[in-house]
Design a protein around this ligand. Structure first.
Ligand SMILES: Cc1cc2nc3c(=O)[nH]c(=O)nc-3n(C[C@H](O)[C@H](O)[C@H](O)COP(=O)(O)O)c2cc1C
Length: 379
């Protein structure tokens, strides 16, 4: 029976324990996608106890950023800063992985050929980005951009990469029946919709070699009408395992709301549970993904709260727990959980101020933690 304190290996990458920091977009990068002192401070404070740090969504192209201050690996000049970040994380004893992403139709509107890139043009997420239907040439070129970016991540000294296939960013838009209405080989059933994701993984594997850890983040379910089901996610997870992915980071869309502007509808999806959801509600879904794929899984969703994290690992339902918002509020949460000092945790209030700050385009702030590198919210 495993405990949270036990180490685990993922394709040769050693995690000293079973607690991870999941990817958290901070908007602390520079407007050119470069690592800043604020980034180093944020990750430094959160690397000292966990086994794994997954650095926030890092763009493969400048037009694939989630926010203006997203990190980037779209050009060689970004490698030195990312090397400083990887080094800081590894010096703290955690394995360093970076999440590689293109935001597709959910991108920051800063211009660029692929701003609004989508499997199908008909589905928008924000009024200031117009989705367009990617041509086959553009899909090929995007696959190459992912391969180049993972290569730069390895050059920067990261121990592994995580391909961002969740949360309705580009790869997830291809995977979801809600946003992918293509009738070529990139659309259709779950297998067809996985074609783009599999091509990205294949290109990444070719660039990185068999011994380099590749993780993939996917939605176990999309709790939005017409969204991806668990059954679809299980099909995809098997295909990813066959393609040589080393571990799955199982997230989900917890809910979606619709916004109307000038008679046009936009989906605002959420990747974190609301206050009334119980801790660890994603664990049973992640356990199904583990069973179907045969791969180690990371689960996420209010796992910094109570005994669920330890129990889920102990019962071998999942392999690693990721703790997001609670680690923003109290960067010592993981250390306190590992030391059995849960009562000393400064609780996250689940107020979503962190998300809201990104929505406003400002550096991430937290109502509980006033020591973040970004600006402090007004009381
Ligand atoms: C402010 C904020 C930024 C996030 N940014 C990312 C991101 O860049 N990539 C990603 O895959 N998930 C992102 N997430 C989702 C988290 O990784 C995590 O799945 C989610 O917060 C649920 O975990 P929790 O309940 O422990 O907070 C973000 C979440 C928050 C709160």
């Amino acid at each position: 029976m495993a405990t949270l304190r036990d180490e685990v290996m993922i394709n040769g990458m050693r995690l000293r324990n079973r607690v991870a920091l999941p990817p958290l977009t901070t908007n602390y990068g520079s407007p050119d996608g470069l690592v800043t002192d604020g980034i180093i401070q944020f990750y430094g404070e959160r690397s000292k106890d966990v086994g794994l740090v997954i650095v926030e969504a890092t763009a493969v192209r400048s037009d694939g950023r989630i926010v203006q201050g997203s990190l980037g690996l779209w050009e060689d000049g970004q490698v030195a800063g990312m090397a400083r970040l990887a080094d800081a994380i590894k010096k703290s004893g955690a394995a360093a992985v970076v999440e590689i992403s293109h935001a597709g139709a959910r991108c920051f509107p800063g211009g660029g050929e692929m701003e609004g890139a989508s499997p199908s043009a008909g589905f928008a997420f924000r009024p200031d980005v117009t989705p367009f239907n990617m041509s086959l040439t553009q899909i090929d070129s995007m696959v190459s951009d992912f391969a180049a970016a993972v290569g730069r991540a390895a050059d920067a000294g990261f121990d592994g990469v995580e391909i961002h296939g969740a949360h309705f960013y580009l790869i997830s838009q291809f995977l979801s029946p809600l946003t992918n209405q293509r009738n070529d080989r990139y659309g259709g059933d779950a297998r067809g919709r996985a074609t783009f994701a599999l091509e990205v993984v294949r290109a990444a594997r070719e660039r990185l070699g068999r011994d380099y850890p590749i993780l993939f983040r996917l939605n176990a379910v999309e709790k939005v009408e017409g969204g991806q089901t668990l059954e679809d996610a299980l099909v995809v997870s098997r295909l990813l395992a066959d393609e040589g992915v080393d571990a799955l980071d199982v997230s989900l869309i917890t809910q979606g709301s619709w916004r109307e502007v000038d008679d046009r509808r936009f989906l605002v999806p959420a990747s974190a549970f609301p206050k009334d959801e119980q801790a660890g509600a994603n664990v049973p879904l992640a356990a199904k993904v583990k069973e179907a794929s045969g791969l180690p899984v990371i689960a996420v969703g209010k796992l910094g709260d109570g005994p669920v994290a330890a129990e889920s690992v102990h019962d071998s339902l999942i392999d690693v727990v990721a703790i997001g918002r609670q680690m923003i509020a109290d960067p010592d949460s993981a250390g306190k959980i590992l030391a059995g000092k849960d009562s000393e945790i400064i609780p996250c209030e689940e107020c979503m101020t962190c998300f809201a700050s990104l929505g406003k385009g400002i550096p991430m702030v937290c109502k509980v933690n006033r020591n973040l590198p970004g600006v402090s919210p007004s009381p």
